[in-house]
Structure formats: structure tokens, C-alpha cells
Design a protein around this ligand. Structure first.
Ligand SMILES: Nc1ncnc2c1ncn2[C@@H]1O[C@H](COP(=O)(O)OP(=O)(O)O)[C@@H](O)[C@H]1O
Ligand SMILES: [Mg+2]
Length: 294
């Protein structure tokens, strides 16, 4: 359970998540912050953060990925080697570096990253008693709300969460406008989803009243496997229109790309995985526009 959600937490001033910028995201507006979360490991969070980020950047958005997993898979998958990780998410969360100091360029134009290192796994012990422990990420992102000369104005921030409902994930949920949930098309897909939704409800009540579920993205769909089709039907029945139309297929090119330190869109733009992530990016922008209009 998430004991980080206890009483004394107060939203900080200059609240990133509730000063909601318009989606569609015009220049100079604060970025939209989406947390890619699911406490299950291996469901496609990191793959989605990297490739959705790349697809959004490819269609003109300025994107920042925050690697919030001590494993650092998003950092490695984007080709950021350990020596280039001068400052990391850990440094910004303990207040030893400013966010902009920790941002590194990637090989993809308009896509940047705050890398992580194993240090992040000790964070909970270090800040677990601090009053603002659940708001460290939100506070760290706050400078992005104010356009600064010479600095990039990000339109999207994607937070790649660890496979746990720990303090790091709570920080992501407290900092986000919305959650994006990858669900793997496998037998136990729905298992754990209700606990995730419960945590989102708790965060909404106690830390971040504006938090919504942006959508659920089905990943690793295998058309040759009847079970995949059944899982899609079940998840759509349970979650209705929250499920994106786009389904990410299981595609070997997607799994090969990280070992070359490249997003799959760079590794093989024409493969089915790349095409799916481009469609997902278009759908997300569309949904943002609807959220804004509604
Ligand atoms: N669409 C896909 N097709 C094939 N392999 C995939 C796909 N999406 C993810 N994978 C692979 O599945 C594994 C887990 O994905 P990952 O994104 O790291 O999950 P998580 O971040 O949720 O732990 C990785 O080896 C990744 O390369
Ligand atoms: Mg991951």
C-alpha cells in the first residue's frame, strides 16, 4: 500500500498539475505531464515512454522523458551511456541539481531526457520522512512552467515509472496531469489494474485533485494468438473508451532496438511497431484536444 499518501502532505505553490495548460500545446504554455505507469514489470512502460516520446517529437512536439526507474532502461534505450549521466533524476529529487541541469540531448531532434542511475533506488530511505516527499518531482518540474530565454519550452513530459507503487510512482502521479497505462495482452492483463486504479484514486483525493487516466494502451498484441484477442475484448469491456484504439503489436524490431540504444522509430521506421507508436502519438494529441475542448 502507499503509505506515502499520509496526511501532512500539502500541494506546493506553483502547482504544475493543477495549473493545467491547454492541450494541443501552444508554444510558451506549460507542458503536459503524463506518467507512464503500471506496477507490473515487463508490460511495455519503458518501450512506450521511449517510442511515444520519439513519435511525438517526430511530429513536432518538444518532449522530455524523465527516467524514474533506478534500472535506467529508458536512459540506456535512448543510447545515453552512464558516463553522460552527470546529473540524474536522483540529483533533482534530492535537490542537488536543477531540472534543466540534468536534461541531456538524445539523437532524436526535440527529444530530451533526464537519465536515472541506481542511486534512485535509495531515494525512499533518504526522503521517506520529509514532509514534501510526494511532491519532489512536481516541485522539480515547476521551472518548466515558466518560459525562460534560451531554454526549450517542452510541450510534453513523459515520466517512465518503475514497476512498483512506491514513492517514486507516487511522485510521478502527484506531478502528472494524467496517467498512461500500458497493459500487456496476456492472460493476467487485468490483474493488478484495480489496485493501480485505486492508487490513482488515492493520489487524486490526497495529493493531486486534477489527476486523470489519460488512457490504456494495449501492448505486445499477437494476432496469431487467440488469447490476445480475448484480452483486448475483456479490457475494452472493463475500461471502455479509456482504451486507445491503437494497439501495439508484438514486433521483434521493437525488442531489438534498445540494444542499439535507439528508439524503434529510428532503428526501423517502417516496421509495424513504429507505425503503431506513430498512430498512438496522433491519438494522444487528438485526445488532448478533446480534453481541452471538453
Ligand atoms: N511491442 C513489443 N514487441 C516486442 N517486444 C516488446 C514490445 N514492447 C516491449 N517489448 C519488450 O518487452 C520487454 C519489457 O518491455 P519494457 O518496456 O521494458 O517494460 P516495462 O518498462 O513495463 O518493464 C522488453 O524486453 C521490451 O523490449
Ligand atoms: Mg521499464
Amino acid at each position: 500500500m502507499v503509505n506515502e499518501l499520509s496526511s501532512a502532505d500539502q500541494p506546493p505553490a506553483g502547482d504544475l498539475a493543477t495549473t493545467g495548460p491547454a492541450p494541443g500545446v501552444a508554444p510558451g504554455r506549460p507542458p503536459r505531464v503524463l506518467a507512464v505507469a503500471n506496477q507490473k514489470g515487463g508490460v511495455g512502460k519503458t518501450t512506450t515512454a521511449i517510442n511515444l516520446g520519439t513519435a511525438l517529437a517526430a511530429i513536432g512536439e518538444q518532449v522530455l522523458i524523465i527516467d524514474l526507474d533506478p534500472q535506467g532502461n529508458a536512459s540506456t534505450g535512448l543510447g545515453i551511456d552512464r558516463r553522460s549521466r552527470r546529473y540524474s533524476t536522483y540529483d533533482i529529487l534530492i535537490g542537488e541539481a536543477g531540472l534543466r541541469d540534468a536534461v541531456v540531448e538524445t539523437a532524436v531532434p526535440r527529444l530530451r531526457l533526464v537519465p536515472s542511475t541506481m542511486d534512485l533506488s535509495g531515494l525512499e530511505l533518504e526522503i521517506g520522512q520529509a514532509r514534501d516527499r510526494a511532491f519532489r518531482l512536481r516541485n522539480a518540474l515547476a521551472p518548466l512552467n515558466t518560459p525562460a530565454p534560451q531554454a526549450v519550452s517542452f510541450s510534453y513530459v513523459l515520466v517512465d515509472c518503475p514497476p512498483s507503487l512506491n514513492l517514486l510512482t507516487v511522485n510521478a502521479m502527484a506531478a502528472a496531469h494524467a496517467i498512461l497505462v500500458p497493459l500487456q495482452c496476456e492472460f493476467f492483463a487485468l490483474e493488478g489494474l484495480s489496485q493501480l486504479l485505486k492508487t490513482v484514486d488515492q493520489v487524486r483525493e490526497q495529493l493531486n485533485p486534477g489527476l486523470t487516466i489519460h488512457g490504456i494502451v494495449l501492448t505486445m498484441y499477437d494476432a496469431r494468438n487467440n488469447l490476445s484477442g480475448q484480452v483486448v475484448a475483456d479490457v475494452r469491456e472493463f475500461m471502455g473508451s479509456k482504451v486507445y484504439d491503437t494497439i501495439i503489436p508484438r514486433n521483434v524490431r521493437v525488442s531489438e532496438a534498445p540494444s542499439y540504444g535507439k528508439p524503434v522509430l529510428v532503428y526501423d521506421l517502417k516496421c509495424s511497431g513504429s507505425e503503431a507508436y506513430l498512430r498512438l502519438a496522433a491519438e494522444i494529441i487528438q485526445r488532448e484536444q478533446e480534453l481541452c475542448a471538453g
